[in-house]
Design a protein around this ligand. Structure first.
Ligand SMILES: NC(=O)c1ccc[n+]([C@@H]2O[C@H](COP(=O)([O-])OP(=O)(O)OC[C@H]3O[C@@H](n4cnc5c(N)ncnc54)[C@H](OP(=O)(O)O)[C@@H]3O)[C@@H](O)[C@H]2O)c1
Length: 265
């Protein structure tokens, strides 16, 4: 039986590129997002046969919705070997504006709570399968798509940076919690990747990488079971410097960074 990967946010960008990479590697696909017609059209365009891929309607910011989609996947396709919590949104916020508190909630619900709610429904099923197969040393792999934006908080990017910092911390906790149970938890932190999400950015995006190249590097990192990886590599060097940069220098370097686009701009 071919291995199965469950990917959220598979109607666009990084999620689609990951789906294609796993398809080329011979995996079955379980794709989840709100825009099911986009995922179905994409499967048709790439000639992926219906036995090898199913699409699930899921809103990851609604816990019941993503749990229902995961349960459908378990019933229709079985237990995934890899679960990738990739769905995410990026919206600017201004704490002085009352409506933007709802933006923060929406971003946190999607990028953080949605990640936990994507992993949650698979954990028991993955453990049970491993017991039945007699290989409880490797139960399954959980992948969280975070961001380099989670390493430091940039002015005007508060909601996104906070959500990605939380995603990094959450995945790190989960890694320690689930290691004794035989799970691998992989945190991937993309730099700038060419997708609809970055199309609206009006600021320079150093080391901009295609989604296809990102998917290749991500696939390799997941296969190797990296605990944390920044992609692309030059951005990993930047991330290392950012992590240790004293606040005074960081504040000076980023004081003029353009603010992230707000929904009411
Ligand atoms: N592109 C970059 O440079 C970059 C850098 C760092 C991190 N990332 C992260 O990579 C991930 C993918 O981003 P991308 O660049 O591929 O963006 P994208 O092209 O805008 O795709 C985002 C995907 O997330 C899905 N999504 C958003 N909200 C959702 C919800 N509530 N429920 C279910 N699915 C939802 C969207 O599907 P529907 O709209 O159909 O639901 C879409 O498939 C995100 O977590 C993003 O933060 C991207």
């Amino acid at each position: 039986m071919r291995p199965l990967v469950f990917i959220t946010g598979a109607s666009s960008g990084i999620g689609q590129a990951l789906a294609l990479r796993y398809h080329h590697a011979g995996w079955r696909l379980a794709l989840a997002a709100r825009r099911v017609p986009e995922m179905q059209a994409w499967l048709e365009t790439h000639g992926v046969s219906p036995e090898l891929a199913h699409c699930y309607l899921a809103d990851v910011s609604d816990v019941n919705s993503i749990i229902a989609a995961a349960n459908e996947c378990l019933a229709e396709q079985g237990v995934p070997d890899v679960v990738i919590a990739n769905a995410g949104i990026s919206i600017g916020m201004d704490t002085q504006v009352r409506q933007d508190l709802e933006v923060l909630q929406q971003v946190m619900n999607t990028n953080v709570v949605g990640m936990a709610a994507t992993f949650h429904p698979f954990l028991h099923a993955m453990k049970n399968r491993a017991v039945q197969m007699g290989h409880s040393q490797h139960v399954g792999t959980l992948v969280g798509i975070a961001s380099v934006a989670g390493i430091r908080g940039m002015p005007g990017h508060a909601a996104y940076c906070a959500s990605k910092a939380a995603a990094i911390g959450y995945c790190e906790s989960l890694r320690g919690e689930l290691k004794p149970e035989g799970f691998k938890v992989v945190t991937l932190a993309p730099g700038y990747i060419k997708t609809p999400l970055t199309q609206k950015n009006k600021f320079p995006m150093p080391f901009l990488m295609s989604a296809t190249d990102f998917a290749e590097a991500a696939f390799q990192a997941i296969e190797k079971g990296h605990s944390f990886k920044v992609i692309p590599t030059p951005m990993a060097w930047v991330a290392r410097v950012l992590r240790i940069l004293p606040n005074t220098l960081f504040d000076r370097a980023f004081k003029n960074v353009p603010r992230k686009h707000r929904s009411t701009d």
